[in-house]
Ligand binder design. Structure first.
Ligand code: ASP
Length: 343
């Protein structure tokens, strides 16, 4: 009886441990995510369709670049640009609002061969921040530009510039207004010191970063991430997405990684670099390393989120400690796989 109970417990624990990781997919040339998405109970058939269609077009755009002989960087940039332009994702158009009612965008990109990287944080006029990040990497001496300086560098580089109002959408405005209303009500009951802390997202719909990882025909890996950040973040707050080693990392000796989730945890745990390090120095697979970091380290610390991992052999895996993750991948021969929850 005791033995049955113990083996049942082991099985239960094991089931729990592997619960938030997909099967490894082989021969992948491009993997993407669109954030940890919404709780199952908030999902509608329309949203499901919109998300899947968006992920599919992003995968196809990236795959087309690779087929035409483009690099993994080209594929990452192309896939992310598609998702930045779609309001359903929290990046580019459709970015969430800060506590000051602004849309402040962060993005980064990294090449695994050279370990060159570029990033932009807190930009308000760059239509496609991922292209801004790539311009920082290729056209400046720096890795990370912020705020006005980043906006004007993008303009100088001839990137498309838009009015800040371009990024605002009604559903995101409604989300921030609901939070402000709740905060106003709570303020009346709280001390002054407490009321200085902005409320962080409670609903998954207030997350939604996008990211991509790719492996090209030359064996080079690249990773990129783009976001509006977290709803009601303080104006000026920078998350993990533009931080190399936190939200994005690529190393040809191990893997390309893009993350999404509660950014402060991803910065503190240097998540993408930690996954690469475990692969390089402990010899772990992408699946084992991301499971350790996302489903153990981060989960134990209370940090919700996910990572997508593409290793140098083209094995793609995702790990998430949330209910779902908008995610997809495409193989060399063009086979597409898209998932939202455990499927
Ligand atoms: N990681 C992003 C941030 O903290 C948010 C997200 O992934 O949804 O800015």
């Amino acid at each position: 009886m005791l033995r049955i109970l113990i083996s049942g417990m082991v099985l239960f624990t094991m089931t729990n441990m592997i619960q938030a990781a997909d099967q490894v997919v082989a021969d992948v040339v491009l993997g993407i995510h669109g954030g940890i998405g919404v709780d199952k109970k908030e999902m509608t058939p329309e949203l499901d369709k919109e998300v899947r269609a968006g992920l599919k077009s992003a995968l196809e755009a990236g795959h087309a670049k690779l087929k035409a002989g483009g690099s993994s960087l080209d594929a990452v940039e192309a896939a992310i640009r598609v998702m930045e332009d779609l309001p359903v994702f929290n990046a580019g158009k459709g970015a969430v609002f800060t506590n000051a009612g602004t849309n402040e965008l962060d993005a980064s990109i990294m090449e695994g061969k050279t370990k060159k990287a570029g990033a932009m944080a807190g930009v308000m006029t760059v239509k496609n921040p991922i292209s801004g990040a790539r311009a920082v990497m290729e056209k400046s001496k720096h890795v990370l530009l912020i705020g006005k300086g980043a906006d004007s560098f993008a303009k100088q580089q001839g990137l498309e510039i838009v009015d800040p109002s371009y990024f605002a959408t009604e559903p995101r405005r409604k989300a921030i207004e609901e939070i402000w209303k709740r905060e106003e009500e709570a303020k009346k009951k709280r001390s002054d010191a407490e009321s200085l802390q902005p409320e962080l997202p409670k609903k998954k719909s207030e997350y939604g970063t996008v990211g991509a990882v790719s492996l090209d025909g030359m064996g080079n890996l690249a990773a990129g991430t783009s976001t509006g950040g977290m709803t009601n973040k303080m104006a000026g707050r920078v998350g993990d997405s533009p931080i190399i080693g936190a939200g994005t990392y690529a190393d040809n000796d191990a893997a390309a990684i893009s993350c999404t989730g509660h950014g402060e945890f991803f910065i503190r745990y240097a998540v993408s670099h930690e996954i690469v390090s475990q692969m390089k120095y402990k010899g772990l697979s992408g699946a084992a390393a991301s499971d350790d970091v996302i489903n153990k380290q981060l989960k134990n610390a209370g940090g919700e989120g996910a990572a997508i991992v593409l290793d140098r052999a083209g094995k793609f895996v995702t790990a998430y400690n949330s209910e779902g993750l908008y995610r997809g991948c495409i193989t060399k021969d063009g086979t597409v796989q898209i998932k939202i929850y455990e499927e």
